[in-house]
Design a protein around this ligand. Structure first.
Ligand SMILES: [Zn+2]
Length: 281
């Protein structure tokens, strides 16, 4: 399979999956969606910018990294089955990168546009500031160079991550037992909606992207369950207009009070207490 074919394959898989989830969550929603389509337009517009910068930023940086690996893989390590190991390595990297976006004030400025969304559905998975996407691609060069991850394997990971991200942001009404079983392996909406709860202690938890094991392993799993009426967004902040979202790297939008430095004991006890009133929870 050529590199072009791998990229086209990714676009088809993600496009079809997004359409299925977008329709599914409207047929069987877990939570009543807000009226109006303002946020859908803003999310779509942010996605369009990301689509435009990807071929000129993300793709070249990924190719550059895979072409300048620190070592050359032997045939056995270049074979397709090893893609599973590469997906796990990149997913672990993405977990720590996500934690860094919450911990470092300058990085939170880039990530805030994603969290300011006051409702979640599949479109939230596409709502990222272009600066965050560019920085993530730049920083992801490190594991690609270090582990000599082939370009095609990175594209496979991007496909898996996008499919997972669309799923765990979705408003699909899944059978509780099925979701509980699934959540032991992958991140489900019940896990990720808590990450978007407009209470800092929950915003600073549940960072996993594809596999749910990272939060359990690194003790950042929130003890809070997803509640039907939980307020979504950033504590103490309201959603912005499209222009306001583009400006968040410069204007800021608050930041997790504790900077993501909760202790293991605090997580086990439901997270540190917030000073501000926990709106809607
Ligand atoms: Zn986050």
């Amino acid at each position: 399979m050529t590199l072009e074919a791998v990229v086209v394959f990714k676009a088809w898989i993600v496009g079809i999956w997004f359409a299925c989830v977008f329709i599914g969550e409207r047929i069987a929603p877990k939570t009543a969606a807000p009226s109006g389509c303002g946020r859908l337009l803003a999310n779509g517009a942010l996605w369009l910018i990301v689509l435009l910068i990807s071929p000129v930023v993300v793709l070249p940086l990924t190719l550059l990294a895979s072409d300048h690996a620190l070592w050359t893989r032997q045939d056995a390590l270049a074979a397709w089955p090893i893609v599973i190991v590469d997906v796990i390595v990149l997913d672990c990297w993405t977990y720590w990168l996500h934690r860094a976006y919450h911990r470092a004030p300058a990085m939170w400025r880039l990530h805030a546009a994603h969290h300011l969304d006051e409702f979640l559905d599949s479109s939230s998975a596409l709502r990222f500031h272009a600066f965050e996407i560019a920085l993530s691609a730049l920083l992801r060069m490190a594991p690609i160079i270090l582990f000599a991850i082939p370009f095609a394997h990175v594209v496979v990971f991007e496909t898996v991550l996008l499919v997972a991200t669309i799923f765990h942001h979705s408003n699909l009404n899944l059978p509780a037992k099925f979701e509980r079983l699934l959540s032991r392996v992958v991140v489900t909406p019940s896990i990720h909606w808590v990450h978007h709860h407009a209470v800092w202690r929950d915003t600073n938890s549940n960072y996993s992207g594809v596999f749910s094991v990272w939060d359990r392993l690194f003790r950042t799993k929130s003890a809070s369950p997803r509640a039907p009426d939980m307020k979504i967004g950033v504590e103490g902040h309201s959603d912005r207009t499209f222009i306001g979202l583009l400006a968040t790297p410069f204007t800021g939008a608050g930041r997790p009070r504790s900077g993501g430095r909760e202790t293991r004991r605090e997580y086990q006890n439901g997270g540190p207490k917030s000073d501000a009133p926990s709106a809607g929870s």
